[in-house]
Design a protein. Structure first.
Length: 141
């Protein structure tokens, strides 16, 4: 069964698509930009602040669908400048700490450089999550 997931705690879609779609226990989160959910303004400044906003938006969408960041199995990151990779990774690690990989909480991930993103954002992230309700550690951020 297909269910549309929508929350006011993340920015509305910029086009004719859902924030996320849930099919059975799988949630497909559409690409999220560093937009503030209340005023729909782009978070500006360093890539770290933008990455934090994107991941906060994703967390809100997942929570609306009954999932958490720990349920994510695949992440795709689109960046305008891979020169910002290290700074983006520092913030990403706050949401997905890898100090203990034995807990298997880290999702698979791809990061690609792109020529342009909507609203000239510096980063966009989408993901896939499997709702397990089996958490080995609490949310850390």
């Amino acid at each position: 069964m297909k269910e549309i997931i929508a929350t006011a705690e993340a920015p509305a879609a910029l086009g004719p698509y859902a924030q996320a779609v849930k099919v059975n226990d799988t949630i497909f989160v559409s690409g999220q930009l560093p937009l503030h959910p209340k005023n729909h303004q782009m978070v500006t400044g360093a890539i770290g602040a933008q990455t934090e906003q994107v991941l906060t938006n994703i967390r809100s969408i997942l929570e609306e669908g009954g999932a958490h960041l720990n349920d994510i199995v695949k992440v795709t990151i689109y960046m305008k400048n891979l020169g910002d990779f290290d700074e983006m990774n520092r913030v990403y690690e706050l949401f997905f700490p890898n100090s203990d990989t034995s807990t298997n909480l880290l999702p698979a991930r791809s990061t690609v450089e792109v020529a342009r993103l909507p609203r000239d954002a510096a980063i966009e992230i989408d993901c896939i999550a499997i709702v397990t309700n089996d958490y080995m550690t609490p949310e850390l951020f």
